[in-house]
Design a protein. Structure first.
Length: 427
């Protein structure tokens, strides 16, 4: 069996956990390939609302092996707390079910302190990070001074290396930012205990996935964040520190492109983003507030209110191109019910000229000058939460989905019409 890659097609928060949960029912391995606990994937099933930050969304299925891959950055203390929460719900988080790549890099409390200090220093130019230490950890990785999960196999040796890195971070906190040093002894003691607890979970992630594919097993690659937050191809500098696109799955898990046959892009029926940065279709009015309230648009990780706006087909065309999307999963279509008219951005006006391609490589400053060119479509007033087939949707809702497909050239195979696991129109 091949690899199916699940990615966000907008600025993150699109509902990837829901779609991964669907695919996991037929999968053998579900593997996170990028990001850290700055992600928040929500799955609602069997009376539980699970907000997963590090553990892959396949954890609900006993037959699935869940892998936290090499491309991720992992706060071991956060991971242990998340595992404990899942254990309390009766879920299996043993090493037989959950595995951690030895090549994943580790987030320390001092990484978090550095993240917060950096954001504070930026002032009004702050990027809007989650302050979870993700950026500083990837920076240490790039500078080849970071800690990898595999070092936890020997907790005493790991604690010594962790202490040296904490000391180096404290030097920067004190001398660069003028802050107090973090309690090194306490941090090292916590990390030593975490290493003892997590050592049994360590694996060669690339080898695990490679064996599974050789045996004909089905692997789901679960991305965090979204296409427009990609470090290379997103709205730089208002981006994350990893690669959430389909190419990031190859690097983050150690698989080749020939193994990937399906790439599903998750897109809300409207657009949201968290944090700073340009947002051409943003609604800064009562309608935007209405969508936020009805859609419960508050960050899973931070609780911050999300900025809301009309669906942007320019973004979706770009996501289809850079990810090689085979199909879309459109989430939260039900949130648009009761609106008399819908708008859909089909192009931008930039300095008096019409453009139809997302200008990501020109940076945030150019995108901020873009003004959306809209098409208007009729809305619908019916409750669509019970629809299970596309033909069950009101004609206006069907037309809206069809127009998205026409503008992007990508079929919409999945449509969610409510928060519950079963509230989904499937192929």
């Amino acid at each position: 069996m091949p690899v199916t890659v699940i990615v966000g097609a907008q600025w993150g928060d699109e509902g990837k956990g829901r779609v991964v949960d669907y695919f996991a029912a037929q999968a053998d391995i579900v593997a996170r390939f990028n990001g850290g606990d700055n992600a928040g994937h929500t799955v609602i099933a069997e009376g539980h609302k699970l907000a997963l930050h590090l553990v892959p969304s396949g954890i609900l299925y006993p037959h699935v092996t869940c892998l936290i891959g090499a491309g991720t950055v992992v706060n071991p203390l956060t991971l242990l707390r998340e595992m404990e929460t899942l254990r309390d719900l009766g879920l299996d988080v043993s090493p037989a079910h959950l595995k951690l790549s030895a090549a994943a890099h580790l987030v320390l409390p001092t990484h978090q302190a550095l993240d917060g200090a950096s954001e504070t220093r930026r002032g009004y130019e702050a990027i809007g990070t989650t302050k979870r230490g993700i950026g500083p950890t990837y920076a240490d990785k790039a500078q080849r001074v970071g800690l990898r999960a595999g070092q936890m196999r020997e907790p005493n040796v790991f604690a010594e290396a962790a202490g040296a890195l904490v000391d180096a971070h404290n030097e920067r906190l004190v001398h660069l930012y003028g802050l107090k040093a973090q309690p090194a002894g306490q941090i090292v003691s916590q990390l030593h205990q975490a290493a003892e607890a997590l050592a049994p979970y360590l694996v060669d992630g690339a080898a695990l996935v490679g064996r599974a594919l050789a045996e004909g097993k089905h692997v789901i690659a679960e991305g965090a964040q979204g296409t427009l937050l990609d470090l290379n191809l997103g709205t730089y500098p208002f981006v994350t520190s990893s690669s959430p696109i389909s190419g990031g799955a190859l690097m983050g898990l150690g698989v080749g492109p020939k193994d990937v046959v399906r790439v599903v892009g998750i897109a809300k029926a409207y657009t949201t983003r968290v944090g700073a940065g340009p947002f051409p279709t943003e609604l800064e009015d009562a309608l935007g507030e209405h969508i936020r309230e009805v859609g419960h648009e508050f960050g899973t990780t931070t609780g911050r209110p999300r900025r809301c706006g009309w669906l942007d087909a320019v973004i979706l065309r770009y996501a289809a191109q850079v990810n090689g999307l085979t199909d879309f999963a459109v989430s939260k279509l039900d949130i648009l019910s009761d609106l008399p008219t819908l708008r859909l951005a089909v192009a931008y006006e930039l300095d008096g000229e019409r453009i139809e391609r997302f200008p990501a490589e020109w940076g945030a400053e150019v995108l901020a000058r873009c003004r959306p060119i809209y098409e208007e479509l009729p809305g619908w007033q019916e409750d669509i939460s019970h629809a299970r087939h596309r033909k069950d949707l009101p004609a206006a809702a069907q037309a809206y989905i069809t127009r998205i497909e026409e503008l992007t050239g990508v079929p919409a195979s999945f449509i969610s019409v409510g928060p519950e696991r079963e509230a989904m129109i499937l192929p």
